[in-house]
Design a protein. Sequence first.
Length: 343
Amino acid sequence: MTTLVVTGSQPDAHDLPGHPEHAGRLQTVRRRLVEDGLAGRVRNESLQPVDPSLLSAVHTPQYLDQLRATMRLPGPRLLEPDTYATPSSYEIACLAAGGAVRAVEAVLAGEARNAAALIRPPGHHATRSRAMGFCLINNVAVAARYALRVQGVERVAIVDYDVHHGNGTQDIFYDDPAVLYISTHQAPLYPGTGNMAEIGRGAGRGFTLNVPLPPGVGDEGFWQVFSALVLPALDRFQPNLVLVSLGFDAHWADPLASLTLSLGGYDRLARNLIEGAGTWCVGRIVFVMEGGYDLAVLSYGWANTIRALLGDEGAADPLGPAGGQAPDVRPIIEELRYIHGLS
């Protein structure tokens, strides 16, 4: 078995020049994988549309009708102040969700050891009934629903370390004990959700772990959070599948935020999740592309992630660490350990 990468050039048609979420994001990642010799070492599959029934399991009929209506537009249109659609965007969003589902399918079937879905538009801000934060369809949520309903998986963990809180993913699974949702994110920052007290509702109470972090946390602070909170929560949950909403916008060079991770810091987080998945669920882990708006960071970051999935040693970090004094995250860790009963 090898690593599966599901991607394609079709998403390039979803584009609005001057917008942070543009076609160049995925183009630069695809180029880097070729230039670094990684594209020839993985199993590559093209994007195929998602089964419409899986969309209906995540989003409301009214919202899906709204998205389909964008196919009749004469040109790009803003659905929300920050989120656009073109006449081809609905079909491309269906391909993105299909890519995430296919990656999960292959890993669960034993066709691949692990996988990455290099897709856009991103998804973790899309709620049941609303596009927002550059997101149209919640790709990782669709993939999780597929694993639960079609494949019969009992427990799915979603780890989200995009710099922004994945409010849409949280919204979709907030009352579902079969899904552990963990988010590390900068606060205060868009979309303004994801505080410590948001821990789930009803049967899902305790299955949402939000770690809001101040600017400047950097590599060491992130590792403290992962080692004291994220990994123990996953160990307690014992997922049958790990999905990662991976955004490279927590890097210090990203123009939209300031959590100051480095590429080396990102690599450490990914490798520990991959190693953990080997213990929890025989290595069943899928990384799904979310944010990241500095093109160099995005391309090197995803190349490093593919190397980690392949089992290669080392990571490329031509930009180096951020430097500077990082805030103390220990009070945040201690409060969340108390709230969630993590020893």
